[in-house]
Ligand binder design. Structure first.
Ligand code: NPW
Ligand code: K
Length: 462
């Protein structure tokens, strides 16, 4: 996993104070990282338009113009006059070289957005909105310097943002690049070192971006003397919408659980390898409950929730006060944004709209897991947030292929499967979430046709 930071100003400051680096050195590295990236990846391209604002994001762009002068046909466009000390210094340097400064926007092969970086501190004015609109309409390769202009420090987009193909971000990864909203704009994200190796530049954090290597698949090779019970017995509680429980059960079986039973009072048409029971199994090692629950017998659900067995809770239960009785326990919750809003309200943490939540996902996720430090929260979204106590993990592999009924039930099944096999809650949530998104990525037919069974088939091939 890679470290994520809410801000890097303090890390820049540490470079000056502890390592005697100067702003000029940091900026030179920022600009030369962008220059190297462009020269390595776009040898055949000829023209580059660099669009600059008045601060140091703009200064990065002016320095880039100097570094690539003569290697490409470079033009600088200024949204506003160079104002910061560094941008004036960089401008003085390019003026001496004779770099072209233009007042027209044109479809260069590459456009580099250096209008606003971490200093965006107010809503965009009409002229900035129009500028970004025009840039977005141009059919060029689009590179954002540090962060696409229009995304603020919290990862919010108040009006518009630059739609980049690549974001080259300075020093370290920031949480603002991993909000659901930002996902529409950031493209591929690269990190530029600022005169120090990243591990030296970075300090401690409690937020991490998950990588494929963080997925720990069920491993059976070390257990030769095993039987089906060795790999757990999952009980999935099926409610009114029985399909949800059945989908979760099938996913769980495909992800390694030794035995899977669906608990349901009505007779179900299940595949032969999935069992049905009317009540919880004596030897059950994990429980999945909530998916498709609908109307239920309160006493029965209370009984199930009171069991001292690893548990994942989903869907309908986020609207029920019953859930308040188990939030002190080591359980996993997998709400989507609407469900999480309902849960926040039930817990008296906040009464907010989905829009407010989506604009502040990290904030509300942390608020919740700080209040309930034993709970592992899996907040679904374009970038899934997984949080326990004060630690936060982001899974950015999700795609719209998963925006379908049943996808969430597969996720619940995968998590429950790992719980049944003895994974700790946080490990089960992380590995199952990664498996879920990576399986969707591996489905190559098209963007629209994935159904839950396809997803499970892809999980089996991971
Ligand atoms: N620190 C370092 O060591 C390093 C920093 N680096 C780079 O510096 C960048 C941060 O630079 P920064 O702090 O100068 O801020 P930046 O994003 O350029 O914008 C500030 C300017 O924009 C203006 N402005 C803001 N909002 C506005 C709006 N809505 N509409 C209109 N104007 C608005 C604001 O105006 P003011 O607030 O003065 O009115 C100010 O003039 C960072 O992202 C990275 O690229 C790298 O080189 C690595 C080393
Ligand atoms: K930018």
């Amino acid at each position: 996993m890679k470290k994520l930071f809410d801000e890097v100003n303090s890390l820049d400051k540490r470079c000056y104070e502890e390592f005697a680096l100067s702003e000029d050195i940091l900026m030179e590295h920022a600009a030369s990282s962008m220059a190297s990236y462009i020269q390595e990846n776009y040898k055949d391209k000829k023209s580059i338009l660099i669009v600059c604002g008045s601060g140091n994001n703009g200064a990065d762009g002016i320095a880039l113009a100097r570094l690539l002068f003569k290697a490409y046909d470079i033009s600088l466009y200024f949204y506003s006059k160079a104002k910061s000390q560094m941008s004036q210094l960089q401008l003085n340097r390019v003026n001496k070289l004779g770099v072209n400064i233009t007042d027209s926007l044109y479809e260069a092969d590459i456009i580099v957005d250096c209008i606003f970086g971490s200093g965006l501190n107010k809503p965009l004015k009409t002229d900035a909105i129009e500028l970004i609109e025009k840039l977005n309409d141009l059919n060029s390769i689009k590179i954002a310097c540090d962060i696409p202009s229009g995304i603020n420090k919290k990862g919010q987009v108040l009006s518009i943002a630059f739609e980049s193909d690549i974001t080259i971000t300075m020093g370290a990864l920031k949480t603002s690049l991993f909000t659901d909203v930002a996902k529409e704009y950031v493209g591929d994200i690269k990190v530029a070192n600022l005169g120090l190796q990243r591990e030296v530049y970075e300090t401690q954090t409690n937020k991490y971006l998950l990588e494929k290597e963080d997925m720990i698949l069920p491993l059976r090779t070390k257990k030769h003397n095993s039987h089906k019970g060795t790999f757990g017995h999952l009980n999935v509680i099926a409610g009114c919408k029985k399909g949800a429980g059945v989908i979760a059960a099938k996913a769980a079986f495909g992800f390694g659980a030794g035995l899977v039973s669906v608990v349901c009072h009505e007779e179900l048409d299940l595949p032969y390898h999935i069992m049905q029971t009317h009540f919880l199994s004596e030897n059950c090692t994990a429980i999945a409950i909530g998916m498709g629950l609908g109307k239920y017998d309160k006493k029965e659900i209370e009984d199930i929730l009171s069991k001292d067995v690893p548990m994942i809770i989903d869907a309908d239960l986020f609207y029920e006060e019953l859930i308040l009785d188990v939030l002190h326990k080591d359980i996993i919750l997998t709400p989507h944004p609407k469900e999480f809003c309902a849960l926040l309200k039930l817990c008296n943490i906040a009464d907010i709209s989905i829009i407010e939540l989506q604009d502040n996902r990290f904030y509300y996720a942390s608020l919740f897991t700080n209040k309930y430090p034993n709970v592992t929260l899996v907040l679904k979204g374009a970038n899934v947030i997984i949080s326990k106590a004060n630690q936060v993990f982001v899974n950015s592999f999700g795609s719209s292929v998963l925006s379908k009924g049943g996808s969430g039930d597969v996720l619940s099944g995968l998590i429950a499967s790992l719980l049944a096999q003895g994974y700790k809650s946080i490990d089960a949530a992380i590995s199952a979430s990664l498996a879920h998104t990576l399986a969707a990525k591996a489905y190559k037919k098209n963007d629209y046709s994935l159904i839950p069974s396809d997803l499970v088939e892809e999980v089996k091939k991971l």
